[in-house]
Structure formats: C-alpha cells, structure tokens
Design a protein around this ligand. Structure first.
Ligand SMILES: Nc1ncnc2c1ncn2[C@@H]1O[C@H](COP(=O)(O)OP(=O)(O)OP(=O)(O)O)[C@@H](O)[C@H]1O
Ligand SMILES: [Mg+2]
Length: 260
C-alpha cells in the first residue's frame, strides 16, 4: 500500500509559550491505514494534528501528504489540502443552534463559494438535503436531519461531527479524542463506526485516544507520542483490528464530494 502521510523529524512548538512540544516526530501512514495515537495529556497529540493540516507551522523537518509538501501549501493549495484531510476537533465544535443538516454541510465549505454557503443556510435544496441525509444514514442517525444540534446526546453529536468530516470525502481523517466524553458502550460504537467507514472508503484514520485497550482493539497500529517523539507501540493488536470487521453499515454509495 502506498504511503499517504510522511512526517520526517518534525519539530513543532507554540510561539505563544515559546515551547517546543514535538522535538522530532517521524511517522508514515499508508492509504487506508488506521493508527491510534496515544500519549499523556500535554504530550502534543493535538499539536501534531494541527501541524498535519497546516494550522501550525513546523520549525524543522518535513510533512508530506499525498505527494504535497504541507509547509509549501498556501491559499488555494492549502484549501485543497484541507479538503483531503478531515478533522474532528477535540471538542467537536459543532454549532449548537444550527440544524443537524447545516452542521453536516459545513463540511462541504471547502467545495463551495461563499454565495452557495449563504444560500444553503437560508434555503437548502432537495439534492443537498438528500446528500446530508445519506451521510447521516452512514453514521446511523438519518432521522435527525432537521433537528437542532443542541437537542442531541453527546454520542449523537459525535456522529454529526463524523458526518461533517465524511461529507468532504477526505483521504485522511484526523479524529482528536472522539470518544473522550462518551460512556464505554457508546465509545465502542463510535470507534466501530469510524473504523468501519474508514475501511469501506479506503480512508486513512489517525485517532487520538487515552484507552490502550480500545487502541489495540480497533486499530492496526498504535503509536505513542512521548518526549516529543513518536514511538511505535508494542501493544498486542487484536485480530479484529486486522482487518477490522465492521457490522453492516447503511449504504453510503453516492455520498462523496458534494456538488461543485
Ligand atoms: N495555542 C497554544 N499556545 C501555547 N501553548 C500551547 C497551545 N496549545 C497547546 N499548547 C501547549 O502544547 C503542549 C501540548 O498540547 P496538546 O494540546 O498538543 O497536548 P495533547 O497531547 O493533545 O493533550 P490532551 O491529551 O490533554 O488533549 C501543552 O504543554 C500545551 O500547554
Ligand atoms: Mg489534545
């Protein structure tokens, strides 16, 4: 399988605190591969994600994504890069007072003009709503299409955040602690869902977690961020993770890049 993401001796810090968080991270992720990222609080997992999608500059080293040098991406190039890298933020940043379909379609903004975005918010057309409904079906909550996002449970909101990332049809999904605030049963369901969708779509997935047992159960590789570097973990990976056998998901054929 071809390498999708390559980090070579990446050093990243935060200008505000003048600290170097990641000293030298080297990591290769193949197309369609599922990697769990562990590490203590403050180790630099979120920092690493922000460097991968070009939100934080790197001080040294190199990040290549799908043949592109991330540091060299600007303007339109950066926008195109971020289309290909879905991101579920640690506090999934859905807008509470929007309808579910509006939050989902926010994932399509990388494809849309400002005009189309405004028109959608005011009056979505039937085809756009159907696209939203299909991706919500893929995450198991099609009936929530018109509901207010604030009226959903934490697990349901996490599904909306996944739907929003999926609608941009990314090659890589970065999920930052997607199950941190969920009960153990819901956490397993969400991981099964994400891993199943990643496998179906050939999408690579890097997911930060604090639970080594879940990492070993659902992911093909486990990497730990420790002392500013990435360490391949010797955790025994369960057979279920190679390959992951997801329960049947609703059909998602036809959900892809939203109309240009
Ligand atoms: N915007 C920022 N400005 C300055 N320092 C920051 C900023 N964001 C993070 N840091 C610092 O960088 C370090 C790594 O933070 P980061 O959020 O990447 O950790 P993490 O591994 O994601 O932790 P957690 O598991 O708690 O989410 C911490 O010491 C933190 O204080
Ligand atoms: Mg974090």
């Amino acid at each position: 399988m071809k390498t999708l993401l390559k980090l070579e001796n990446v050093q990243v810090g935060h200008a505000a605190s003048r600290t170097t968080v990641l000293r030298s991270v080297s990591l290769h992720v193949k197309r369609g591969e599922r990697v769990a990222l562990l590490g203590r609080s403050g180790a630099g997992k979120t920092t690493l994600f922000r460097a991968i999608n070009g939100f934080l500059p790197i001080a040294k080293g190199r990040i290549q994504f799908d043949g592109r040098d991330v540091a060299g991406c600007r303007g339109r190039g950066l926008r195109l890069l971020r289309r290909d890298i879905g991101f579920i933020a640690q506090k999934h940043d859905l807008v509470d007072n929007l309808r579910v379909h509006q939050n989902v379609m926010a994932g399509a903004l990388g494809y849309w003009s400002a005009w189309r975005t405004l028109r959608y918010l005011a009056r979505p057309n039937a085809q756009e709503l159907e696209q939203s409904r299909q991706v919500l079906a893929a995450v198991g909550i099609p009936e929530k299409l018109h509901e207010s996002t604030s009226a959903l449970s934490g697990g349901q909101q996490q599904r909306v955040a996944i739907a929003r990332a999926l609608i941009q049809n990314p090659k890589l999904l970065l999920a930052d602690e997607p199950v941190a605030s969920l009960d153990p049963g819901t956490a397993r369901e969400i991981l099964e869902l994400m891993c199943g969708l990643a496998e179906e779509r050939g999408m690579a997935l890097i997911c930060t977690l604090h639970q080594p047992d879940l990492a070993a159960r659902y992911f093909q590789r486990v990497v730990e961020i420790r002392d500013g570097a990435a360490i391949e973990s010797a955790l025994p990976i369960s057979d279920a993770a190679r390959p992951f056998s997801a329960p049947m998901q609703p059909a998602i054929a036809g959900v892809g890049a939203p109309g240009q």
